[in-house]
Design a protein around this ligand. Structure first.
Ligand code: DQA
Length: 148
């Protein structure tokens, strides 16, 4: 059966392309979504992208994820570093979680070095720009195929 991957993006990621391009690159979220869809198709998976600027909406989506998805890829933006509510939702989501960041958060300000999401994630990919989402899809394929 085709695996379904839900990709959740947090605040300000709708601004990709124009937001600090020296940090986040020139690709838009739509560009990353298109590349991820092609990558997922090659791996025999489907991908659904969502973005929100609202913490509660992110928590709602994580709570609902397991009903219709096999694995969650999360770039929670700044909520990565602040949201215990998101961590609690991820700890209860019952499907594997992969954390992604475009930038290398460990090379940046100290407050970005800590991730609540990491406590619930199987692994984290950061520093590869939009390509990190494709890397996460390859990791997802490995994780899900091992479960079969
Ligand atoms: C980010 C890193 C976060 O620290 C930042 O708040 C973001 C984007 C990234 O993808 O590099 O919004 O998650």
């Amino acid at each position: 059966m085709t695996s379904k991957i839900l990709v959740l993006n947090g605040p300000n990621l709708n601004l990709l392309g124009t937001r600090e391009p020296e940090v986040y690159g020139k690709e838009t979220l739509a560009d990353i979504e298109a590349a991820s869809a092609a990558c997922a198709e090659g791996l025999g998976m489907t991908v659904e992208f969502r973005q929100t600027n609202t913490e509660g909406e992110l928590v709602d989506w994580v709570q609902q994820a397991k009903a219709d998805n096999d694995l969650l890829i999360v770039n929670a933006g700044a909520y990565t570093h602040t949201s215990v509510a998101l961590l609690d939702a991820l700890l209860s989501c019952d499907i594997p979680v992969i954390e992604v960041h475009l930038s290398n958060i460990h090379q940046r300000e100290d407050f970005r070095h800590h991730s609540y999401v990491s406590k619930a994630a199987q692994g984290m990919i950061c520093g590869f720009g939009g390509y990190g989402y494709e890397m996460a899809l390859h990791a997802a394929s490995r994780i899900l195929n091992k479960q079969d």
